[in-house]
Design a protein around this ligand. Structure first.
Ligand code: FES
Ligand code: FES
Length: 153
């Protein structure tokens, strides 16, 4: 298959990478660009663990072809916490929100997007915002409490 070079802004840096037409963005981020926070979970759009910001909006990177990212601005957990843990991340730590942590990167990005759009969300807003991020460990309560706590600050 024919390789194409795409150029994207990844966590603030311009990066160029060769991709094939059927390469998936999640795999290219992890395997060719060294960004490991988006995790490979279901690989079919169901679990949210591969969530990233794509031009300012969260998407599931397992559902995006790498070629679609040509010219895009991508932000992952690495970019969000470049200057240290955000208030939201500190709240997750304070509330011991995660156990295995596999869902955490996607959860942080979905909650970050929520607080950007709605700085004072109701509990229902939080539940809706993270509805696409599956967590098999926690029962969600400590995650919801942390997001609500971060919104107060
Ligand atoms: S790995 Fe992308 S949604 Fe599950
Ligand atoms: S903490 Fe394990 S999946 Fe969420």
């Amino acid at each position: 298959m024919t390789k194409t070079t795409i150029e994207l802004k990844l966590n603030g840096e311009t990066r160029r990478v060769d991709v094939e037409p059927n390469d998936v963005l999640l795999d290219v981020l992890r395997e060719k660009l060294g960004v490991k926070s988006p995790k490979v979970g279901c690989d079919r759009g169901d679990c949210g663990t591969c969530t990233i910001f794509f031009n300012g909006v969260t998407v599931r990177s397992c559902l995006v072809l790498a070629m679609e990212a040509d010219g895009a601005e991508i932000v992952t957990l690495e970019g969000i916490s470049k200057d240290g843990p955000t208030k939201l991340q500190q709240a997750f730590v304070k509330h011991s929100s995660f156990q295995c942590g596999f869902c955490a990167p996607g959860m942080v990005l979905s909650a970050t997007e929520l607080l950007q759009k709605n700085p004072h969300p109701a509990k229902e807003d939080i539940q809706e915002a993270i509805a696409g991020n599956l967590c098999r460990c926690t029962g969600y309560s400590p995650i919801i409490e942390a997001i609500a706590d971060a919104a107060k600050k």
